[in-house]
Design a protein. Structure first.
Length: 409
């Protein structure tokens, strides 16, 4: 009788056994997975809102150093934000105009090259060992014309118009959110932090500061790597005389923001254009150029520029990109890696045993302006959304002053 079984100790004792603890952990994991699934489903349904907000957060983390640099030189904060936004939008519009002009000027050449390539492919398939019938271009053209006049094209045009409307709406929403993040980020952060217990403020400040430092470094580093890739591949295409070299270089630049998959897709597109317009020899040279640039990126640029910021295993990156693509398409593929890296950083900081700085027990309410949502944050020299330890933060508060109510100090 001295040794009693777990069942004799009552229901509570059964949960203290090995099997009971395993069951408790399993239930907790299932609950967390269920919450993540629900959050993902809601985000997918509201992607027209979620995606612009996430993109705005990324851009705010990347552009905040420019705003801080201008405000440190006594420029009014809102004027600095407007200047940065106008420069960014001007660069985006200039690149779009340049790509449009290049496509309009060389589209006829590319179209004729594509027709010649299809005709050559038909002769090879029909006259070689394949024994396949040749391609009748006139019949193919008639079928394409009938398809263009059918209801399928009208339905596709309607879907295209809807997509354009959604894109414009998302762009406008993203610009508005970006403006407020850069202009009033500190006030937004104080409001969000105030919803948490005071004892958690210091650790949340550290998580926010590190997350913003990671986001800003990731966007700036990826942009630098993408620029190098685009310039090198664009120069190679110009030397080889491949049409649409500038638009293809822009596609390479944009593709670099989708890890692993983006560079492969952009390189394949460049090879396809070279094959259609210049022949197989030029296409092979383009393959060599693309592979060489990708090797340079993977062996030199990424370890130097991004290794310290995003320390995710390539398998984790591939899975994140795949999941992001399934949930939100191209935008999900672009946002998957930074969102995953930030989530891992936040979890690591919140789980760390690093003690809170002395005096943080008041949780940031020590100063008189802590609870004032109208407190002036534009006159302070530091960032507004999340200051990092290097002054490049404008989205989350600095980890140095968790006792301060203002995360911008």
């Amino acid at each position: 009788m001295a040794e009693r079984s777990a069942s004799a100790l009552g229901p509570a004792a059964q949960w203290r056994t090995g099997l009971g603890r395993a069951a408790t952990r399993s239930a907790q994991v299932l609950l967390v997975l269920a919450l993540v699934a629900v959050a993902g489903f809601v985000a997918a349904q509201l992607r027209l809102v979620v995606v612009p907000v996430l993109v705005a957060i990324l851009l705010a983390a990347a552009l905040s150093p420019l705003v801080s640099w201008l405000t440190a030189r006594r420029a009014p904060r809102r004027l600095a934000v407007w200047l940065v936004l106008l420069v960014a939008l001007g660069l985006l519009g200039g690149v779009g105009w340049l790509v449009g002009e290049a496509v309009a000027g060389q589209w006829g050449e590319l179209q004729q090259g594509a027709l010649d390539g299809v005709e050559q492919l038909g002769r090879v398939l029909g006259g070689g060992p394949f024994g396949l019938p040749g391609l009748d271009l006139d019949a193919l053209t008639g079928q394409l014309t009938a398809l263009a006049q059918g209801p399928e094209l009208r339905a596709g045009a309607l879907l295209g118009a809807t997509a354009v409307t959604q894109f414009v709406t998302g762009l406008f929403l993203g610009v508005v959110v970006l403006y407020y993040l850069l202009a009033d980020g500190a006030r937004i952060w104080r409001f969000l932090r105030a919803q948490l217990p005071e004892r958690a403020h210091a650790r949340v400040d550290r998580a926010g500061a590190r997350s913003v430092e990671l986001l800003g470094g990731y966007v700036r580093g990826t942009a630098l790597i993408a620029l190098v890739d685009a310039v090198l591949i664009g120069i190679g295409l110009l030397i080889l005389g491949v049409p649409l070299a500038v638009p293809l270089a822009v596609v390479v630049f944009l593709g670099a923001f989708v890890p692993i998959v983006g560079s492969i897709a952009a390189g394949a597109l460049a090879v396809l254009v070279a094959l259609v317009s210049n022949g197989p020899v030029t296409a092979l040279v383009v393959i060599a150029v693309v592979v060489g640039v990708n090797q340079l990126e993977g062996s030199l640029l990424q370890p130097v520029v991004l290794a310290r910021m995003v320390s995710l295993h390539p398998l984790a990156v591939l899975l994140a990109v795949s999941a992001g693509t399934i949930v939100a398409g191209i935008a999900g593929a672009v946002l998957a890696v930074p969102v995953t890296a930030v989530a891992w950083t936040v979890v690591s900081v919140l789980r760390s045993a690093e003690p809170d700085p002395a005096g943080d027990d008041n949780g940031g309410e020590a100063r008189g302006d802590a609870g004032d949502p109208d407190a002036d944050v534009t006159s302070r020299p530091a960032g507004d959304v999340a200051p990092s330890s290097r002054g490049a933060a404008d989205v989350a508060p600095s980890s140095r002053g968790a006792a301060d109510a203002d995360p911008a100090t």
